[in-house]
Design a protein around this ligand. Structure first.
Ligand code: HAM
Length: 421
């Protein structure tokens, strides 16, 4: 075995799973583009301050999970733990936000120093979207429905949508007060992190991962609904009504707060029963204050991110990947050494037409080539040997009905051009 191994919490995505990843990403890209989202690609490394200011200094992500280090000039840099802050930074830097609504999607690796377990890695991948330039609750509903329809399109059943609101600044301030008071009364029962966060950022107490902390509010959680301003209430009710009208089911979860500080109003998380304790397939919400707090003009925004590894687990990735070894349109068999080069030349011409071809560039027994041709699931096999060479043809075998006929190079090109139309 190799002495050098991949780092703990990082994973190689190997064939055949990698082709399933490509396939899912292609479908997801098409889905997002159907809703008017444009692709954005930001660097995976950013100034640390970006995440401290946006995600929040008291969050688990910033306090415990970031890959932060000094570069060679002593500047603090961080491997991105999420995409929202990066997209906001890029949108401001390149002045992409103005009068129009802008919609961006991204796919790529994120990094969090967490304890690895099934569905939780240190390098993982997100499929994310961010919409800027609207405060409308209908945009929240559209965003949630886009996520739900995405899972449906991928054939994933058993998804649950959990939803809550944090209201506006005024509502949230009021709620924080109520929560703080309740938490102070239980101060001794909280873990040291929660005790420290109680005065600074009491909302974080609700997503503490320590089981004994989770118990404290379990049956006695003050409801944010009692603290909502009329406007915030109307916003939330409109989101729920629109989801009802779209036929999207959801569960209201008053204890849902999300692990990042930038949210306002609607927040949501999608879970799947196949995922065990790490059951969040994706999450997101509205973040109306983030753009302004990063130096831009006030801009309504909403988005979500899906964990790609978890999506693959939910899709029973391994089983499906094995079933879907990518079939090429054609497998070429070389009966003698001369045929290897002849096949290679013809495969080049076929590929320029868009035909996918499997051909071995070196000598192999005819038996082994046919075994590979069968395994490749290619519907056709082209065979070249001494007999064919003498006649200036290839034998074209239709694998489905086991028929065979001779074709010239030109006929082969015309045949496959027609087939892949
Ligand atoms: P998040 O809830 O922190 O939200 O992450 C989104 C999803 O990424 C999670 O639901 C989960 O599926 C996946 N994920 C997170 N951490 C890990 C991990 N260590 N290993 C595997 N998967 C993981 C955000 O990141 C927000 N930026 C979402 C958003 C976009 N909000 C608004 N716009």
């Amino acid at each position: 075995m190799n002495e050098i191994q991949s780092l703990r919490g990082t994973v190689d995505i190997l064939p055949p799973q990698s082709s399933l990843w490509n396939e899912v990403e292609r479908k997801v890209r098409e889905h997002f583009e159907r809703y008017g989202y444009e692709n954005i690609r930001t660097p995976i490394i950013e100034q640390s301050e970006l995440f401290m200011r946006s995600i929040g200094e008291d969050t688990d992500i910033v306090e415990k999970e970031m890959y932060t280090f000094s570069d060679r000039k002593g500047r603090s840099v961080t491997l991105r733990p999420e995409g929202t802050a990066c997209v906001v930074r890029a949108a401001l830097q390149h002045e992409l936000l103005g009068q129009k609504i802008r919609k961006f999607y991204y796919m790529g690796p994120m990094f969090r120093y967490e304890r690895p377990q099934a569905g939780r890695q240190r390098q993982f991948h997100q499929l994310g979207v961010e919409m800027f330039g609207t405060y409308s609750p209908l945009a929240d509903a559209e965003t949630i429905s886009m996520m739900v329809r995405l899972f449906e399109m991928l054939g994933l059943k058993g998804v649950s949508v959990n939803i809550n609101t944090l209201g506006d600044k005024e509502s949230l301030e009021k709620y924080r007060g109520v929560l703080r008071e309740r938490a102070r009364a239980n101060f001794d029962k909280f873990c040291p992190d929660c005790q420290r966060r109680l005065e600074r950022n009491v909302l974080r107490l609700l997503d503490c991962k320590v089981p004994s902390c989770q118990e404290i509010f379990k049956n006695d959680l003050p409801s944010i609904k009692d603290c909502l301003s009329d406007e915030a209430k109307l916003h939330y009710e409109t989101v729920l009504k629109t989801l009802d009208d779209m036929g999207i089911s959801y569960v209201e979860k008053p204890q849902l707060v999300r692990g990042l500080d930038y949210y306002t109003h609607t927040i949501f998380e999608v879970t799947h029963n196949s995922l065990g304790s790490q059951d969040a397939l994706g999450g997101g919400g509205r973040y109306n204050d983030l753009v302004e707090s990063m130096g831009g003009s006030p801009t309504g925004a909403v988005g979500f991110a899906i964990g790609e590894e978890r999506l693959m687990i939910a899709l029973a990735a391994i089983k499906k990947a094995e079933e879907s070894v990518p079939a090429t349109d054609l497998f070429m068999v070389s009966m003698d050494e001369e045929a290897i080069e002849e096949n290679l030349v013809l495969s080049d011409a076929l590929r320029t037409l868009g035909v996918s071809v499997a051909v071995l560039p070196e000598k192999a027994s005819v038996k082994s080539q046919f075994r590979q041709a069968n395994a490749s699931m290619s519907p056709y096999v082209l065979i070249r040997g001494g007999d064919e060479r003498a006649k200036g043809v290839w034998n074209l075998k239709d694998m489905k009905n086991s028929t065979q006929r001779e074709v010239t190079k030109e006929e082969a090109l015309a045949f496959f051009k027609e087939k892949i139309k």
